[in-house]
Design a protein around this ligand. Structure first.
Ligand code: ADP
Length: 429
């Protein structure tokens, strides 16, 4: 208990004022503390938010890195297991990378060829060509070249190198990089060589056969002519004087000699296509057609044929052979006419690319499609025992002539309705 004297009013008021100001001070400090606390809490939640975002970014980055690793592994596998040799070569011609096959072609390991000049793996004669090739590629042109590798100075190996500038590598430490793909063409070269040798052999044996056929058919004509003459003599002198059978036999021999003589004549003309040829020159195919028609005039008149000719172009051909080609096709159109209608023959030509496509069509007896292939083979007739004469050489002659002129011949037909023969010839320049 305060035993001191009671405080004066003044003292009490001063004490009260003091207490009030302390209370204000306390209130003010409390407000500041409250604000600081809130700000602190806000900062804390901001930090949490940032942390979440960072976590999300981190997992996206991890995923991207994983994807990149897969892509890199895939690229490395593809690069190393490619059946084509790949080289990265800088603008100065130094090797910067190679895949397994590329290194194998250079008879070394991928890591040992880095920094070596590519030309050092080539045959000396191939080096200038490669340098030009590289300059061309560095200038921005993709380019292909055949080169000969000889990394060990031993057996050389031909390759094709396809090189182009790599995009997006301009800034690399080595400057622009070129990607060269190398393909080993050793087996292709060997096959080409074997094919060339075989073709030459075939051409030689073909020539021999042609000469043989020519000589045989030429030399057979003389004894055959003698047989024919003597049989005719026999027929003249002894017809009716021997028995009946003898006359029939002499008739068979005469017929046989005539048939054989026609076959030999046709065979001779077939073999002449290869041996006695004129060089190809610009000729008017219409003129050749006119000559062929003149040779067939009697047969055409006798059959009452209607022949329609469209505009004929100039071509590059051997004139005599072109006449023979038209004559064979038109002769067949007359020969194989339908017994119940007059032959109608149409000859036309149209340009197809650098060639002319000729068409000879008729309304004759036609041909079954299964026979199309064999028609153009020597001595192949559809009805060898029928009553239309022939030796089965005409279309083989046509094929040979057309092929010698660089063209092709084929037939379209419907049995009973007619046939259309097509052939192509080079247009005259
Ligand atoms: P050939 O007329 O001497 O028999 P070809 O080689 O000229 O020999 O013709 C072969 C075969 O093709 C002929 O036997 C004939 O059956 C058939 N042929 C050719 N041209 C025609 C045609 N225009 N119409 C129908 N058949 C044809």
């Amino acid at each position: 208990m305060d035993m001191s004297s009671p405080k004066s009013r003044q003292e009490l008021e001063a004490e009260l004022a003091c207490l009030r100001s302390r209370l204000h001070e306390y209130e003010a400090r409390h407000a500041v503390d409250l604000e600081t606390g809130e700000a602190f809490l806000r900062t804390l939640s901001g930090i949490d938010h940032c942390q979440e975002r960072l976590k999300a970014q981190d997992s996206a980055l991890c995923e991207a890195q994983h994807g990149l690793q897969i892509a890199l592994r895939r690229y490395t596998n593809l690069f190393n297991h490619s059946p084509i040799g790949y080289f990265l070569i800088d603008a100065k011609g130094f090797l910067r990378e190679a895949n397994r096959l590329g290194a194998e072609l250079l008879k070394t390991l991928p890591e040992s060829l880095i920094g070596k000049p590519f030309v050092s793996f080539l045959e000396p004669e191939a080096r200038p060509a490669f340098e030009l090739h590289l300059q061309n590629v560095v200038a921005g042109n993709s380019s292909q070249i055949e080169l000969v590798l000889n990394p060990t100075g031993g057996v050389s190996m031909p390759i094709i190198l396809q090189t182009s500038l790599m995009e997006g590598e301009e800034e690399s430490v080595f400057g622009p990089l070129c990607l060269a793909a190398a393909l080993d063409i050793q087996s292709r070269k060997e096959a080409e060589q074997a094919l060339a040798e075989r073709t030459e052999q075939l051409a030689r044996s073909n020539e021999d056969l042609e000469r043989f056929a020519y000589v045989i058919s030429h030399d057979l004509q003389e004894p055959l002519r003698n047989i024919g003459n003597y049989v005719q003599m026999l027929a003249r002198r002894y017809k009716g004087r021997l028995d009946e059978d003898a006359d029939i036999f002499i008739g068979f021999v005469t017929e046989g000699v005539a048939r054989l003589s026609n076959m030999i004549r046709d065979l001779l003309s077939f073999s002449r296509i290869g041996t006695q040829t004129q060089k190809l020159e610009r000729i008017d195919s219409g003129e050749a057609l006119k000559d062929a028609l003149a040779n067939l005039e009697a047969a055409a008149n006798e059959a009452g044929a209607e022949i329609h000719i469209e505009a004929m172009p100039p071509v590059l051909a051997d004139r005599a052979q072109l006449v023979s080609l038209f004559q064979n096709l038109l002769g067949n159109a007359l020969k194989y006419r339908h017994p119940q209608r007059k032959p109608q023959i149409r000859i036309s030509a149209k340009a197809v690319g650098k060639q002319w496509l000729f068409t000879v069509s008729d309304n004759g007896i036609g041909i079954e499609s299964r026979q199309f292939e064999r028609l153009f083979t020597l001595f192949q007739r559809i009805d060898p025992h029928g009553n239309i004469p022939g030796s089965g050489i005409g279309l083989a002659v046509c094929k040979r002539i057309v092929e010698r002129h660089g063209g092709a011949i084929w037939v379209e037909s419907t049995a009973g309705q007619g046939s259309t023969f097509h052939f192509t010839l080079e247009a005259s320049p």
